[in-house]
Design a protein around this ligand. Sequence first.
Ligand code: G3H
Ligand code: ZN
Length: 306
Amino acid sequence: MRSKMLVPSKELVEAARADGYAVGAFNAVNMETAQAIFAAAEREKSPLIIQVTQTTMAYTEPEDVAAVIFSLAERATIPVAVHLDHGRSFGIVMRFLKMGFTSVMIDGSLQEDGKTPRTYEENVEVTRRVIEAAKSLGVSVEAEIGRLGQIGEDASTALTEPDEAAKFVKDIAVDGVGIDMLAVAIGTRHGLFKGKPIIRSDRVKELSDRLDMPLVMHGGTGVPDEDVRKAIEAGMCKVNIDTQIRVAFYHALRDVVEKQEKEYAAADAAGETRRYDIRKIIAPTRDAMTEAIAEKMRLFGSAGNA
Ligand code: G3H
Ligand code: ZN
């Protein structure tokens, strides 16, 4: 049975736009990340976008992660959109639509290898195909124009051009039906920044005024809080967070293993047997991820809006 709390992301980002906050979109890769994301949203009474990226397929079957997410959604008391992040082909989008995702991103800026840029025409073509398929199911669509900074790149130079974005939004519309939100390049990049990033909230404002639609910030990790607030004020309605969750997981895991090593050494010295327990090691990492996600929900202003 489908949870009554499942909604297309359009509903959430439009409400956010009307009220001047942003909804966080958090990446889940397994049961614990999904649990942490739901726990934070419940605790903060925040609307939620939980997303799975197509690269998860290199780790596990996305259907398995989706099953956990839909199970958690059954018990949710906050509205939740389940979103495909960075879908790179029509085939991938279809696979996620089949799972019951309520929202999809077609990342037509890059080819399926995730590296080679697509031409403008190719981006328009694949985005139109996705709109045709998703809209008949009531599923929201996010597209991308401009090139988001990738790991290791300086993202402050290649920004989304308002003229090109306006043309793109017009060109992709199928019988007057278009996308629900647009990912734009405004100085963020995926992964951690080296040094202080230059975030162009002036460009966000220009794009928001020109396009009159919710905008999406990718690469939300590492953007200084003040820049996040300014970007949201200027029109960002969805902020993607992935790396911050990984960082919280890693630090907590390192601490717990360190503590565990000491306990084992004490057990060895006392002539006792070591007790190995996966749950004892993983649970603190889940708590740390929940805390990191909740902090972002408060920063984005979505807390208290469910
Ligand atoms: O699509 C996912 C994001 O853009 C996440 O970026 O890893 O820098 O938080 P991040
Ligand atoms: Zn992204």
